[in-house]
Design a protein around this ligand. Structure first.
Ligand code: XUL
Ligand code: CO
Length: 446
């Protein structure tokens, strides 16, 4: 057992909205019952191993800034890769437990030394996963999802499942097989596939039809193996429109839904909706959730935030209660996240170099989502938005609406009817009134 990485912090507890203690929760009160369930069971928060423990703030312009001794130690040769992975794991589980989150998420490359040589990496992962199982048992922290990193190594530059070379497909399949089994061993509740390099830089060298068919076959293999090993978690795809490639095939929820239907995967795979991916695609976060709920494929959420002035994936911690309220509202209307949760796929800014900044970041994110849950539950319970919506469409339950929807009326008969009747009158959409209504529910959260 290494020395504590966060020696000055015991544990984060709920102190209420009037607290001025920055190292306490003001809204996240895990046992509080909201809309018939404990807050913790609604939100199922997870910490992302990669941003918080496997990255040191390095960006394309400069070196790491964050105090992550296992990264520095491995780089300088002062620590073996395995000793570094163990120190990182100790710090990670210390953090999960002190923060009081029920879940974490990981890539193979986060948890274990990652040389790029499959035999070594698979053995290292197996050892670190056994060790993680012990840590999970000690702390009670569970696994929301696991995933394979199919984007960092140069071999995947032209894609993993969508690579023009089947040898690369096979290499990626081996890796996913190992991480799916590791996720199963750790009783993970989902398995995520984010197509980091599944897309193209230029169509000039790309056979789009082949690449789609390859990806579909890859996903079928994952689903087949899931059933073979008895993994009963959900398989999730994570839409993103671009970055790192110019075009990513899993562009957004609607695109993924079309793909799943075309390749007969719609009953097996759902989506992991990420806030900053939705906004990159030109959508509101709640649009992606509403779309997924309507298609029956909402799986989980990567909670973070973009930046209004930056057009790339900045993965900030969420701070907008309004944005989250609209999102959580769609989740609640859709009946909740099932086996999904809110995973903080978010990173500290490069200047946030104090160790406890990781606590401040997650506390802010958790409070933002928790307050959003209270506002969304209050909105739903008041039925004000729902009754407005019901009324707005009520005529569709009348005679004309039913005839149209049941296919009992055609274009010429509607022309005849229209010739006989006065033109219809429009009614107000009342957008601003409804925006004020949402604001009122947020203001009154307590
Ligand atoms: C990248 C991203 C990933 C996935 C997991 O934008 O969101 O971290 O969540 O590979
Ligand atoms: Co993500």
């Amino acid at each position: 057992m290494t020395a504590p990485f966060f020696p000055n912090i015991e544990s984060i507890s709920y102190a209420g909205p009037d607290s001025d203690d920055p190292l306490s929760f003001r809204w996240y009160d895990r046992d509080r019952i909201v809309a018939g369930r404990r807050m913790e069971d609604h939100l199922r928060f997870a910490v992302a191993y990669w941003h918080s423990f496997a990255a040191d703030g390095a960006d394309i312009f400069g070196a790491g800034t964050l105090d992550r001794p296992w990264i520095a130690g491995e780089r300088s040769g002062a620590m073996s890769p395995m000793a570094a992975a163990e120190m990182k794991q100790d710090a990670a589980f210390e953090f999960f437990a002190k923060l009081g989150v029920p879940y974490f998420c990981f890539h193979d490359a986060d948890m274990a030394p990652f040389s790029g040589e499959f035999r070594d990496d698979a053995a290292a992962l197996a050892a670190m996963v056994d060790r993680a199982a012990g840590k999970m048992h000690e702390t009670g922290v569970k696994l929301l999802w696991g995933t394979a990193n199919l984007f960092t190594h140069p071999r995947y530059a032209a894609g993993a499942a969508t690579n023009p070379d089947p040898e690369l497909f096979a290499r990626a399949a081996a890796q996913v097989c190992a991480v799916l089994e590791a996720t199963h061993q750790l009783q993970g509740e989902n398995y995520v596939l984010w197509g980091g390099r599944e897309g193209y830089e230029t169509l000039l060298n790309t056979d789009l039809g082949r690449e789609h068919a390859q990806m579909a076959r890859f996903l079928h293999m994952v689903v087949e193996h899931k059933h073979r090993i008895g993994f009963d978690g959900t398989i999730l795809l994570e839409p993103k429109p671009f970055e790192p490639t110019k075009h990513q095939y899993d562009h957004d929820t609607a695109t993924v839904f079309a793909f799943l239907q075309r390749y007969d995967l719609v009953d097996e795979i759902k989506v992991n909706v990420e806030v900053n991916h939705a906004t990159l695609a030109g959508y509101d976060f709640h649009h992606e959730l509403a779309y997924a709920v309507n298609a029956g494929i909402l799986g989980s959420v990567d909670a973070n935030a973009g930046d209004d002035r930056l057009g790339w994936d900045v993965d900030r911690f969420p701070v907008s209660v309004e944005q989250m309220t609209l999102g959580v509202y769609e989740v609640l209307r859709g009946g909740g996240l099932g086996s999904g949760g809110f995973n903080f796929d978010a990173k500290l800014r490069r200047m946030s170099i104090a160790r406890d900044d990781l606590f401040h970041a997650h506390i802010g994110g958790m409070d933002t989502v928790a307050r959003a849950l209270l506002a969304a539950a209050s909105l739903l319970e008041s039925d004000e938005l729902e009754s407005f919506r019901r009324e707005r469409y009520a005529a569709w339950d009348g005679e004309l609406g039913q005839q149209i929807l049941d296919g009992k009326i055609d274009l010429p008969s509607l022309r005849e009817r229209t010739l006989e009747l006065p033109d219809p009158i429009s009614v107000s959409g009342r957008q601003e009134m409804l925006e004020n209504l949402v604001a009122r529910h947020i203001e009154r959260t307590r």
